[in-house]
Design a protein around this ligand. Structure first.
Ligand code: SAH
Ligand code: SF4
Length: 368
């Protein structure tokens, strides 16, 4: 399904397309930069605020462009400062954007690092067996404007009172594309959005601080390797053999490990950067000694970092998180083999749980 909004989201425009619109409607092209300044530097929420533009131009803009394409419905905050924003789009679709605050070791609480997790689709077609996002299938791709709008919503939430927020256009440190949807299945819109986020006229946010997570769409990993920007790559592995991976991720039948691993290797060598392998630990599925040993082999071959994520239970799904002892045993095997490895241990999973869960719960509540 393709959603055709009545107005184009303004955050979907780049400086070139905006200047084109302006000259076509008899306005001066330099107004494009002024409009971008209002949106990204001064964070205007309405056309009326753009006082250096004529009334006529403001009403032209209002007729064509949507300045608030995503509206905040609710925010859930958990004990460990993870915040989930539920956003409603123009067609009523719901998406999630997550703000994760991690205190930096050795630094005061104020300088905690902030990561924003954004969605790229409404639902997901990939149907991984453990994931809430894919439970109701895929509804539609997000437009580039809707992807950018998630970050703008987060910026608007912040009181720009902290020194950092005043200094920086974006008051967060990292962006991870790990929310609802498969980013590589909406590649062009994602790239357009990330370029806006990265642009001097946009959020001026460094590509090196943006990580794209994929379930393993091989041709798109290779395409990303050829892009000029240094975006980071994370791959959801979750199984260190085809047998285990295919059992939980249907995409493994299309792109099995013998294709996926060389594609990651290619990305790492072209970009000269370490890739992250995400590995959810699910009880009695992939948490055994054999899987750990196989994961060591893959990680060593790729010189990759491994991020172990104890599974978050999803209502309606039977998968379970392994015991702490079993998580530790798995972790130790990787450490002993000198694999660079971290294990996610924050408490925030009461609400920050798996992507797609808040949306699912809200939809069920609305339906019931
Ligand atoms: N589609 C992309 C990005 C979105 S999913 C991908 O699959 O990589 C982001 C991450 O959350 C993935 O690693 C995904 O496997 C993980 N995830 C999904 N459901 C989860 C759950 N219930 N518990 C823990 N992690 C989960
Ligand atoms: Fe889609 Fe990623 Fe969830 Fe798989 S893990 S269903 S690819 S969002």
């Amino acid at each position: 399904m393709k959603f055709q909004p009545q107005k184009r989201p303004i955050y979907g425009e780049n400086l070139g397309s905006l200047k084109k619109f302006l000259t076509e409607t008899g306005e001066a092209a330099f107004r494009g930069q002024q409009i971008m300044d209002w949106l990204y530097k001064k964070r205007a929420r309405s056309w009326e605020e753009m006082t250096n533009l004529s009334r006529e131009l403001r009403s032209k803009l209002d007729e064509t462009f949507d300045i608030v394409p995503a509206q905040r419905m609710e925010a859930n905050e958990s004990a460990d400062a993870t915040e989930k924003l539920l956003l409603s789009l123009r067609d009523g679709s719901l998406i999630e954007t997550v703000v994760i605050r991690a205190p930096q070791i050795g630094v005061g609480q104020e300088s905690s690092r902030k990561t924003i997790c954004i969605s790229t689709q409404v639902g997901c077609a990939y149907g991984c067996k453990f994931c809430a996002s894919g439970l109701n299938g895929w509804k539609r791709d997000l437009s580039s404007g809707e992807i950018v709008a998630q970050l703008i919503e987060v910026c608007h939430q912040e009181d720009a009172t902290t020194e950092r927020a005043k200094e920086e256009l974006a008051s967060f440190d990292n962006i991870v594309v790990m929310g609802m949807g498969e980013p590589m299945a909406n590649y062009d819109n994602l790239m357009a959005a990330l370029r806006t986020i990265n642009a001097d006229w946009g959020l001026k946010f460094g590509a090196r601080r943006i990580t794209i997570s994929t379930s393993g769409v091989v041709p798109k990993i290779l395409q990303l390797a050829e892009e000029p920007e240094q975006f980071r790559l994370a791959v959801s592995l979750h199984g260190a053999s085809n047998e285990v991976r295919s059992q939980i991720m249907p995409i493994n039948q299309r792109y099995p490990l013998e294709e996926l691993v060389p594609a990651i290797q290619k990305f790492a060598s072209v970009k000269g950067r370490m890739v992250t392998l995400e590995f959810i630990l699910i009880q009695e599925i992939n948490d055994g000694f054999e899987q750990a040993e196989k994961l060591v082999e893959i990680a060593q071959r790729l010189h990759a970092h491994v991020n172990l994520i104890p599974y978050n239970s999803v209502d309606g799904l039977d998968w379970k998180r392994p015991s702490l002892a079993r998580q530790d045993a798995f972790h130790d095997i990787l450490k002993k083999n000198r694999v660079s490895v971290t294990i996610r241990r924050e408490k925030g999973h009461d609400i920050a749980a798996a992507c797609g869960q808040l949306k699912l719960k809200t939809e069920e509540a609305l339906a019931g």
